[in-house]
Structure formats: C-alpha cells, structure tokens
Design a protein around this ligand. Sequence first.
Ligand code: HPA
Length: 268
Amino acid sequence: MLEQIKHTAAFIQERIAGFRPEVGIILGTGLGGLVEHIDVKHAVEYADIPDFPVSTVEGHRGRLIFGLLGGRRIVAMQGRFHYYEGYTPQQVVFPVRVMKMLGIERLFVSNASGGTNPTFRVGDLMVITDHINLIPNPLIGRNLDELGPRFPDMKHAYDPALIALATEIAGRERIKLQYGCYVGLTGPTFETPHEYGYVRAIGGDAVGMSTTPEIIAARHMGLPCFGVSIITDLASDESVSHEIVQQQGRRAEAEMSRLFIGMLERLA
Ligand code: HPA
C-alpha cells in the first residue's frame, strides 16, 4: 500500500513539474463551482493516474486540479470516492494519502448532507465541528507506521483554529453559518425516518455518505482538517433525491466559494 501511494505520488509529481500544493481540497456533490476561481496550473485526469480509483457517480468529475486559489498553492479533487461505489475504505482514502505525499499541510472538505437538527434550513452551510463515523474505518488492517500511529487521537478531528477562521470570514462576508456534528453512513440509500431519528438521537446534526473516511486518513497523518456541509435536504422533508441534493448543492456554491477563498487568503 505504502509503495503504491509513493509510486502514484511520484507519477503525479512528474506531471506537475515541481508544483508543491499547500492545501488539499475535496469538492463534494455539486460544489464544482469553486473550480472556476482556481488559476489552474496543471490538471491530471484520475483515469491517467496509476492505482487511482475512478469516480462512478453522476456530478463527480474525475481529475486533480493544481493551481492557485486565494493566493495559495492548492490541489483540488474534482470528484471523490465513496464507499457505496464499491471501493474498499483504503481506496476511498488513497487520494488523501497521495495529496499528503505531494506536500499538503491542511485538508479542506465539502459535502452535501441531510439536516437532522430541526433548526437547520435547506441551503444552510454547516461547519463540521465533529463527526461520528459509521462507515468501515479506513485504518483497519496493518498500520502504515510511516504515515501515522496505530491509534490516532480524534479529539480535534476538525481544527479549532480553522473553525475560528471560518467564523471570522463568514462574519466579514455576511455568510450565515451553522455548526454541528456530521454523521457518516455508508449509503447509498437515503435514510428511513427512523434512521434520521437515530442520527439525531446519537448527536448528529447532519448526515451524509462521505467525508469521515478522508478525515480519518488525514488525521492519521496529522493534517489539520476543515469541513463544511451544505444542508441540501431535511430529515423532515417528504422526500429526497440525488437531483434535489445536486440542485441545492449548486445553489450554495457561491457562498461556499467565498468562504473557502476568504479562508485561504487568511491562512497563517
Ligand atoms: N442523507 C444522506 N446523505 C445525504 C443526504 C441525506 O439526507 N443529503 C445529501 N447527502
């Protein structure tokens, strides 16, 4: 596994000619709008990268974009991998490990999720302050000691300083933020009414089918993480579909982009 990660990173390094990203960004469902703000230096299709999984979900394009955003050198994953697509948990987090090898010092993540907190509204941006992972853990198996410890601390899975920075930028940009705990489930089914009730009962404010594996892999490697969920639907809604999720995701793109760019500009 470690050899694969190094091999893939070396392949990409050759393609990007010495470009060293500082921040990795995973763009979730319908959040491709951030891409338009990137001053793109290199783009590498997943299909061309040895050992990279290939995205199968509609609305997820598969490429790594290297460029400048908010004055930072970034690498953005346009298209991420989900456990429900049939990838192993290790495949899901493979790109995060490769991005770390390429030099990233922080990981920013966005996703779409269903709101279980009754005070949330569709279109809200929820800063993820913690998570409950109910997807098979990507660190199961022999520990890759070179990447991180056998038993990683998850007390500050979402970096308090980055959360504080988001609050500051949102205040300046007049962006309303919610805060809460994201629950990662496998999907691909959306939740039954009782499953939404369960998410709420265990302390979840929002539920989705991604993010927690990548954050676990990133924390294993000591990367400070920041995540935002777009609330695309509510547990109390009559119904939900992939189309609704994508449509609402697109609506929130502009605010999301402003928040991320503002944060990148102000990173220490
Ligand atoms: N449940 C799970 N995943 C989701 C949802 C939801 O309601 N909305 C967007 N992704």
